[in-house]
Design a protein around this ligand. Structure first.
Ligand SMILES: Nc1nc2c(c(=O)[nH]1)N[C@H]1C(S)=C(S)[C@@H](COP(=O)(O)OP(=O)(O)OC[C@H]3O[C@@H](n4cnc5c(=O)[nH]c(N)nc54)[C@H](O)[C@@H]3O)O[C@H]1N2
Ligand SMILES: Nc1nc2c(c(=O)[nH]1)N[C@H]1C(S)=C(S)[C@@H](COP(=O)(O)OP(=O)(O)OC[C@H]3O[C@@H](n4cnc5c(=O)[nH]c(N)nc54)[C@H](O)[C@@H]3O)O[C@H]1N2
Ligand code: SF4
Ligand SMILES: [Mo]
Length: 727
């Protein structure tokens, strides 16, 4: 028990999720003893979510990896030799060098996880190493469509202005649940403050999510049909003259084309597709069109389907025609106050870029117009498994758990077994790390030096933190990358990640040491930047009609495409799979596949849950808390039923990321409740991003029967998709 006199306090930034909440950390110099919210944070103002509050439990968890490990037995057997850092890094560097010499740098894939502190450093490493093949489980399925479309349409990613003098009059939450997700450092507490005002709020979501429950209007959309709804809202806004004529006249191109294009897309047309009544569509469009300033908050619900480009484009255009861009209390364009991360793109030779898996086909994911060119994940696993178009042999993973977070994880495992080299850096032994040749213990947020732009990508503010406790055994990912780079004599290896922090801070006239003293750096926001600078698009205007997309062979104006597996496109499947499946709606206790071993969090949510509507439960004889089997054409999993009225009556929503640390060595446990057994990594993909389908698929749900009762079957169910009429 440390004496009170030995306890020190530090101010820092939580990064259990994408991060950003201000924290006071109590420590005895060796361990984190506890945390609480920092009231001085300009955004979180003392608030923290339950995961962040349990940071000490995570930091000090007995199952944290404590030393580098080298595999002794078969992959997945869990027989390890403990080795030192020098030995591990020397051996890994040699193995990388061998692969590079024998098969080319492109044979080594770099995998990483969502929006962590080391994100850009990993991309830099791939470029320096000369491999075009890096990936992240989000990207085409998360944020890259929103970022890319925003750049194509208005030259930057807009974020909600919850921080200025003026509050929004209207907020639309589109496939987004920020009260739970605090996604991309757009933190829930800022939104909570705004919601206390009397503003109009509309949620477009198949579930009445935590955020939707706080909204005045809930539009339970059929998953994967967002483009149709957005097109109809554009139609109404134009037909009723609710657009910002002056803004359109002065700052946009292609309005006439847009107007002509959207004439057929009436609320009545969209109603049949989205299963939202025409009256509700019209009302939502009128509210969003009339109230200014308005914010349109969008989430990953728009992207995890095979129409991600045009769905996101249609929604993006709504912002532009209503003149809400970069206005106080509206959707503001990023200030990008940090100098952009030196990614060493010029070190990747053009002949190597050409070898990027999927680049030619998915131009906005991997081609030269891509925001941050990366490889197409299903293609990567084809290349590992089948050697097509060439064999990928090494995989270095920094903070990701692909056996839980990628679609078709059984194929991922098959591929992993074939690799010559798998290195996983993680804080815990995960199912993925269990397959590795080397496992390296990663540092937790209290143990790292870090600089972040907030919100991610837009970077209106800068937060900085320095390590509070240095653990002797764990290392920050950036340090590991620097050490490998030096051993491999890679370009840029003379620069350390901390030098890069100083470089990024130059425009602010401070260095990292100063920034981490200040912690929160919040320059005033400049609104209406386009009046002076124009929009950062080829025409300098908002491109409602995108000539760039047309040149690349994509539709210059958005359109609806039916989800390829669904009640309209594949009615022949409805007898067997009568429901629409969505996966991965966030839960506040867990970040993706993390935290199942953190007792205080797991106790709050001990079992994986599937949400289904009361009417479905009744017809299937399912009660709240029953075990249910959810099946798609690709496989089945078991979860606990959460029966609710807060979901469209034909939708089943399953949690993602579930594994059981207490059953790490049971091979069946990995598939038991793994949502991605149900999802689809097969074509068709989004034509520009290659997005695959994690939401909007067909499924069935049945009560799991005890062996004896199995014969009885369940009551015949009236198909909730056929015959569902809009009011
Ligand atoms: N079915 C379905 N699948 C999905 C989604 C969905 O909605 N539905 N969502 C997708 C999306 S949007 C995303 S972004 C991905 C996320 O996919 P991943 O990024 O693979 O998700 P995590 O489970 O968070 O994996 C992160 C791993 O990194 C470890 N870790 C945490 N911090 C650090 C660190 O600082 N360094 C290192 N080295 N390791 C660390 C954690 O212990 C964990 O094992 O999942 C995707 N998968
Ligand atoms: N606690 C916690 N926070 C997280 C994460 C986490 O795992 N846990 N993950 C982080 C990551 S990487 C991401 S990408 C963000 C995601 O953050 P969000 O985008 O806010 O969150 P989700 O809950 O994935 O999805 C939002 C909503 O989309 C709805 N939805 C599903 N399909 C559709 C559809 O077809 N159309 C529409 N309109 N809505 C649909 C779901 O019901 C859900 O309520 O969260 C981040 N924050
Ligand atoms: S929302 Fe994210 S940053 Fe804030 S306390 Fe929770 S985990 Fe930490
Ligand atoms: Mo994500």
């Amino acid at each position: 028990m440390p004496l009170l006199a030995d306890i020190t306090t530090h101010r820092s930034i939580c990064r259990v999720c994408h991060g950003g909440c201000g924290v006071i950390v109590y420590s005895d110099g060796e361990r984190v003893l506890g945390v609480k919210g920092d009231v001085r944070s300009p955004i979180s103002r003392g608030w923290m979510c339950i995961k962040g509050l349990k940071s000490a439990d995570i930091a000090n968890h007995p199952q944290r990896l404590k030393t580098p490990l080298k595999r002794k037995g078969q992959r997945g057997q869990g027989l390890w030799q403990e080795i030192g850092w020098q030995e591990a890094l020397d051996e890994i560097a040699l193995r990388i060098d061998d692969l590079r010499g024998q098969h080319g740098a492109e044979s080594i894939v770099i995998g990483q996880g969502t929006g962590r502190h080391h994100y850009m450093h990993v991309v830099r490493f791939a470029n320096a190493l000369g491999t075009p093949n890096w990936y992240e489980p989000g990207l085409a399925q998360c944020l890259i469509p929103r970022i890319t479309v925003s750049h194509l349409t208005y030259g930057g990613l807009p974020v909600a202005d919850y921080y200025g003098q003026r509050a929004p009059e209207c907020i639309v939450f589109w496939g987004h649940n920020p009260l739970v997700s605090s996604a991309d450092a757009e933190l829930a507490p800022a939104l909570m403050r705004v919601l206390r005002n009397d503003c109009m709020t509309i949620a477009i979501d198949p579930r009445r999510s935590e955020t939707a429950r706080r909204c005045r209007m809930w539009l339970p959309i059929r998953p994967g049909t967002d483009a149709a709804l957005a097109l109809a809202m554009i139609n109404v806004i134009i037909a009723k003259g609710l657009y910002d004529a002056e803004f359109i006249d002065r700052h946009t191109v292609g309005f006439d084309e847009l107007r002509n294009h959207t004439v057929p897309f009436t609320p009545r047309w969209a109603s049949g597709i989205t299963r939202i009544s025409a009256a509700d569509i019209e009302e939502a469009a009128c509210l969003y069109g009339r109230l200014r300033p308005a914010v349109l908050e969008w989430g990953v619900g728009l992207e995890q389907n095979s129409n991600s480009l045009q769905g996101v484009r249609a929604v993006a255009i709504l912002r532009a025609i209503t003149g809400n861009l970069d206005s106080p209390g509206g959707d503001i364009l990023g200030m990008n106050v940090l100098r952009s991360y030196p990614l060493l793109r010029d070190k990747l030779p053009p002949e190597q870029s050409k070898k990027r898996i999927g680049a030619e086909r998915f131009k906005l994911l991997g081609g030269w117009r891509a925001y941050m060119p990366s490889a197409h994940i299903p293609g990567v696993f084809d290349a590992i498994n089948d050697g097509v178009p060439y064999r990928l042999r090494g995989l270095l993973i920094f903070g990701s758990n692909p056996l839980l977070t990628l679609a078709n994880p059984k194929r991922v495992l098959e591929g992993i077994k074939k690799l010559d080299l798998l290195v996983v850096t993680d804080m815990f032994m995960t199912p993925t790390a269990l397959q590795a040749d080397y496992v390296l213990p990663a540092a937790f947020w209290t143990e790292i030096d870090h600089l972040m732009g907030v919100p991610l990508v837009a970077e209106n503010f800068v937060f900085a933190q320095s390590a509070i406790v240095y653990t002797p055994h764990c290392r920050q990912d950036e340090w590991i990358i620097d050490e490998l780079s030096r051993r491999l004599h890679l370009p840029g290896s003379e620069v350390s990640f901390k030098d890069i922090f100083d470089y990024q801070l130059q425009p602010l006239g401070i260095n990292f040491a100063k920034a981490s003293e200040m912690i929160y750096i919040c320059p005033p926001h400049r609104y209406y930047k386009y009046l002076q600078d124009g929009f950062r698009t080829p025409s300098g205007k908002v491109e409602l009609y995108s000539a760039s997309l047309k040149r690349m062979g994509y539709d210059p104006l958005p359109s609806h495409v039916e989800p390829p597996e669904g009640p309209e496109a594949s009615p022949e499947l409805l007898d067997e799979y009568p429901f629409v499946l969505i996966t991965g709606s966030r839960r506040v206790e867990f970040f993706h596949s993390e935290h199942r071993q953190i007792e205080a969090l797991r106790r709050r949510r001990p079992r994986p849950q599937a949400q289904l509507h009361t009417s479905v439960a009744k017809a299937r004889g399912i009660r709240h808390g029953d075990e249910v089997i959810i099946r798609t054409r690709r496989g089945q999993i078991t979860m606990t039923a959460e029966v609710t009225d807060d979901i469209a009556p034909y939708v089943v929503s399953v949690e993602h990321g579930w594994w059981f640390p207490e059953r790490l060595f049971d091979p069946e446990a990995l598939w038991q409740a793994n949502a991605n057994v149900l999802t689809d990594d097969a074509p068709p993909y989004d034509p520009a991003f290659g997005s695959y389908r994690l939401r909007g698929l067909l499924c069935d749900v049945r009560k799991k029967k005890k062996a004896k009762k199995e014969r009885g079957g369940s009551a015949p169910l009236q198909n909730p998709l056929q015959g569902h009429q809009c009011p």
